[in-house]
Design a binder for this molecule. Structure first.
Ligand code: GLN
Length: 304
């Protein structure tokens, strides 16, 4: 039996003493207010037993981690037709870069970089009756927690400074890969990114990717094939131009967000979430990456 609690406690001790913590995202002004000293970790194993340390119960902005959940909802609704509008190749580029989008005629490289996630948002705006409310209801159902909500001040803050996302949505529109108007799609996208969750709630939301498509209450959300595809995308694209590094150091499918969260999973074994707001140069949580490297090394578990 692997003693996850011992490993996690050790990681927490080291991470709380770290002097190099990276930089809190400041391009969304509201995120810059978050205390860089925070560190939390929560792991749930396949028997639904939880292990935790640090600030795991504090909610933070999940940001790009939400892209995996919006992708899941879009796949639920339109199935493989989604791949007519978005590719499935790693980009090797930062999350908000535009050059590939222009070079590839408005087809985003994958759904986990901003251009791809904005197309996914467009699909949900088209197909959901009340897009924001219905998506939030889906996330609440996944986690089985009605208290999960948007952080409206974060969404508003991003709306006032989201120049690159406006540029991206306009470029998509010019290529005919956005059905709805730019304002409506970005309003949805900024809200999905603003959802606040803690580390435990994130592991509950991502439990389906660890547990063959079923949530903790055993309800089925995805087929095995869909789980395989989404996990493959997390592994190859979940950390943008640091996806190779994450696979190399950690060896798990996962997703990061500029709020400092990371969620990762080992199929059929465990799902884990970390939170440390300081980011490295590629926009991924610095201590979160280090914590997960240590977890898979000490537990001697990874997909490889
Ligand atoms: N909302 C952020 C953005 O679009 C999400 C980026 C991220 O978490 N990497 O810029």
């Amino acid at each position: 039996m692997i003693d996850y609690q011992k490993i996690i406690d050790g990681i927490h001790v080291t991470c709380s003493q770290a002097s190099e913590r990276g930089k809190v995202a400041a391009y969304i002004p509201e995120l810059a207010k978050v205390d860089a000293q925070k560190f939390g970790i929560f792991l749930v194993d396949h028997n639904k037993k939880g292990y935790s340390s640090g600030d795991w119960s504090e909610r933070f902005s999940i940001q790009s981690i939400s892209k995996v959940l919006s992708l899941t909802k879009a796949i639920n609704i339109i199935g493989p037709a989604i791949w007519e509008r978005i590719n499935v190749e790693p980009s090797g580029d930062p999350f908000n870069h535009l050059s590939l989008l222009e070079a590839e005629n408005g087809i985003p490289r994958n759904p986990l970089i901003n251009p791809g996630a904005i197309v996914v948002a467009d699909i949900l705006v088209t197909h959901l009756k009340n897009p924001k409310e219905d998506f939030l209801a889906f996330v609440r159902e996944l986690v089985d927690d009605q208290s999960i909500d948007f952080d409206k001040s974060v969404a508003q803050s991003e709306k006032t400074t989201g120049y690159r996302n406006y540029a991206t949505a306009n470029l998509l529109k010019s290529y005919g890969n956005l059905e709805n108007d730019v304002e409506t799609v970005l309003d949805f996208y900024f809200h999905q990114c603003s959802i606040a969750m803690n580390c435990e709630q994130l592991t509950q939301a991502f439990y389906i990717f660890m547990n063959r498509g079923k949530c903790q209450r055993d309800n089925t959300f995805l087929t095995l094939t869909q789980v395989k595809r989404i996990n493959a995308l997390m592994l190859t694209c979940g950390f943008y131009d640091e996806a190779g590094e994450f696979a190399f150091e950690v060896g798990l499918p996962g997703k990061s967000g500029v709020g400092g969260g990371i969620t990762a999973l080992l199929p059929n074994q465990f799902c884990v979430a970390t939170w440390s707001p300081g980011l490295n140069k590629k926009g991924n949580s610095k201590l979160g990456m280090e914590a997960l490297e240590r977890l898979t090394t000490e537990a001697e578990q990874s997909i490889f």
